[in-house]
Design a protein. Structure first.
Length: 68
C-alpha cells in the first residue's frame, strides 16, 4: 500500500482471491477515526486503494476516502 493511512502496509492474497484481470483489483479498507482526522465527526471512512495503472499491479495506491 502506498499513500494514505495504510502507507507501507503489505497485504498477501492467494491468486484465486482476486479477479483474473488486475485492472479489477483494489479494495476499501476500514480505518479508525484517528487515522482520518479530516473526516467529519461521526463519519466512518474506508480508504480506497487500487493497483498502479501505469506500473506494478502489486503496488496499490491510495485513491481517497469512501464514506461508510
Amino acid at each position: 500500500m502506498y499513500g494514505g493511512p495504510m502507507d507501507g502496509e503489505q497485504m498477501a492474497y492467494d491468486p484465486g482471491d482476486l479477479p483474473a484481470d488486475p485492472r479489477e483489483w483494489g479494495g476499501y479498507y476500514m480505518v479508525p477515526p484517528e487515522m482520518a482526522p479530516e473526516a467529519p465527526v461521526g463519519v466512518e471512512l474506508r480508504a480506497a486503494y487500487e493497483p498502479d495503472p501505469d506500473g506494478d499491479v502489486t503496488r496499490w495506491l491510495f485513491r481517497g476516502w469512501v464514506p461508510w
